[in-house]
Design a protein around this ligand. Structure first.
Ligand code: DGT
Ligand code: CA
Ligand code: CA
Ligand code: ZN
Length: 575
């Protein structure tokens, strides 16, 4: 398809969404949607057409043709810009939820200032829709279901959806009489960014009570297979769950086997064979005598293979077996090892909670320090001004140290312009303790321009963290195209940390990119980018991803004591 056609299709679809969400008439919305599809599917490059040619496209009348011409001539359309300015981009995301119409989306925005799907999910979780007319329990349930549908990425389930389900199921099965151990295994235990299905293991003498319990759980919508060794169900969210019950003596071997990955298991089995042993989900056996030599704990199984215990997040056959044999496994960063969050928002821009609430919640997590990084002026929906951010700084300074001694850093999330330029002049930037710089627009520059843009932003001495570097959205948007080796090298040289953004639909950088960036000696920041209190809890997904990228506390600037972090922020982190 010709590129201008695609661009105009997206623009008209966006206009339709904007009209719908601002309560415009349904006829107009449909007219723009139809025209969008027609132009997208039109076989001729529309940039070669005049007004007459455009109107030959089905569903394109004069008014739409005029807007297309305006776009082709100037690169934008005035009425679209006007509507855009009225509505945060995130609200448009809301009407993508299959069970939520534009009217309701608008209400959520106007009455509760909800601007994204994640915020909506958090609002429902915290019962914030309680008093909103037309949003009864049933409606909320439908919306949650719609959010799940939206988040499902192909056949694979996002990590956080799977984790919620798995924890609920493990909680239920742990209460069944006779349960010795219960845990989830598989790709979920390895914290992969999406999982195919959930593998749950139980250690018990009798399997039937657990198999029956799983099929009877409220979340179970359908029983796929029901047997003594394995039972598979599908939940109401469409997630498949495999339950296996193991004899207690086989727990360690079973957990090791079903945690995988398959590639890792092939390596451990080969190690076993070389020692005259056989490794299965039931144990590690001596081939000659048939006797079990290790099976109760994973530790025991790995030890008998001549290895230290390997963290599940490393079990991908990406060098962990060799590192373990050499005694050089990384001591991966843990959630407890993170001393502060360096990328968070408040209701001064698109966050849900006021500064005071976010700070109090962060302190509850036991952080030693915490940075507030609201959006900068260029993201003009957020209406940031110098006065507003300076007033926030005053409020923040007054709160500094008042919650369990937690130290506050005043920061901002800058927008990297098309040429790598930033929102504020250097002297203003110098007033911040910390600057995150991120891409929020112009995602389709060519590789060379994108690389230069990112490198230029990183080289600004006031930029400390490159936020969600690739800007991918898992299952929805690929990352931008850049020469990442060059960007990573620039980050290492300029002392700019790469973010591991913990938003579960971002996880950006992802594990593979982290592994690649690490080789340049780059430092990282594992941040939640929280827009609400519950999102501070997203940290676990960022830490899981950081572990999959083999990061240690030394690699992660927000695992450092504040004094070392401050040196890094002042620039002595630069080499
Ligand atoms: P997923 O569900 O696609 O995200 O990925 P996994 O890793 O959870 O894979 P799954 O659910 O098919 O199996 C769970 C674990 O069980 C897997 O990681 C390793 C182990 N496993 C399953 N089938 C095999 C197999 O044929 N050979 C070996 N060595 N291990 C297996
Ligand atoms: Ca699985
Ligand atoms: Ca499975
Ligand atoms: Zn942010």
């Amino acid at each position: 398809m010709a590129r201008p056609n695609e661009e105009v299709e997206a623009l008209l679809q966006e206009y339709a969404d904007l009209v719908a969400i601002t309560g415009g008439d349904a006829f107009k919305v449909r007219a723009y949607e139809k025209a969008a599809r027609a132009i997208g599917g039109y076989p001729v490059d529309i940039s070669h057409l005049d007004a007459h040619g455009l109107r030959e496209i089905p569903n394109v009348g004069r008014s739409i043709a005029d807007k297309v011409l305006e776009y082709l001539r100037t690169g934008s359309v005035a009425v679209v810009e006007e509507r855009r300015a009225k509505i945060p981009a995130g609200v448009r995301e809301l009407i993508a939820i299959p069970t939520l119409g534009p009217k309701k989306a608008l209400r959520l925005h106007q009455d509760l200032h909800i601007c994204s799907v994640d915020e909506l999910a958090a609002a429902i979780a915290s019962d914030a829709l309680r008093d909103l007319k037309g949003f009864g329990a049933k409606t909320q349930e439908n919306i949650l279901h719609g959010i799940e549908l939206l988040r499902r990425t192909g056949d694979r389930i996002p990590l956080h959806v799977a984790l919620d389900t798995a924890e609920e199921i493990v909680g239920e099965l742990s209460r069944v009489t006779g349960c010795r151990r219960c845990a989830y295994a598989g790709s979920l235990r390895r914290m992969k960014e999406t999982v195919g299905d959930i593998d749950v293991l139980v250690a018990a003498r009798a399997s039937a009570p657990f198999m029956d319990a799983l099929t009877a759980l409220p979340v179970t919508a359908e029983v796929i297979a029901h047997g003594p060794k394995k039972t598979s169900v599908r939940t109401s969210r469409g997630v498949q769950v495999d339950l296996r019950v193991l004899p207690p003596a086989s727990w360690g071997a079973g957990l090791q086997y079903f945690t995988g990955s398959k590639a890792h298991n092939i390596r451990t089995r080969t190690l076993a064979v070389r020692q005259g042993l056989k490794l299965s989900e039931y144990g590690l056996f001596d081939v000659e005598s048939g006797e079990s030599v290790a099976s109760r704990t994973e530790d025991e199984v790995y030890a008998r293979l001549g290895l230290p215990w390997i963290p599940p997040t490393l079990r991908e056959d990406r060098g962990e077996i060799e590192a373990a044999q050499r005694g050089e496994l990384p001591e991966v960063v843990t959630e407890r090892g993170i001393r502060g969050d360096l990328h968070t928002h408040t209701d001064l821009t698109d966050g849900l909670a006021p500064l005071e609430t976010m700070v109090a919640a962060a302190a509850e997590r036991g952080y030693a320090y915490y940075a507030v990084t609201d959006h900068a002026p260029r993201l003009y929906m957020q209406r940031m001004t110098d006065e507003k951010i300076l007033a926030q700084r005053e409020r923040l300074r007054a709160l500094d140290g008042t919650h369990h001694g937690m130290q506050l850093l005043h920061g901002t999330e800058l927008n990297i312009g098309p040429d790598g330029e930033l929102d504020w002049p250097d002297d203003f930037l110098a007033g911040f303790d910390l600057c995150v710089a991120s891409l929020h627009s112009h995602f389709d520059l060519d590789r060379k321009a994108m690389t230069e843009r990112l490198v230029r932003a990183c080289e600004n001495p006031h930029v400390h963290v490159l936020g969600h570097p690739t800007t991918r959205l898992i299952g929805r948007r690929a990352g931008v195209d850049a020469d990442w080796d060059e960007v990573f090298d620039a980050c290492a040289r300029s002392g700019t940390a790469l973010e591991v953004n913990a938003q579960p639909d971002r996880l950006d950088l992802g594990d593979e990119d982290i592994l690649r960036a690490r080789r340049y000696g780059v430092k990282f920041a594992v941040d939640t980018d929280a827009h609400s209190v519950p999102q501070l809890g997203y940290l676990r997904y960022g830490v899981g991803t950081a572990q999959r990228g083999w990061l240690t506390p030394d690699d992660v600037v927000n695992a450092w004591p504040l004094s070392r972090l401050r040196r890094f922020l002042r620039g002595s982190g630069r080499s």
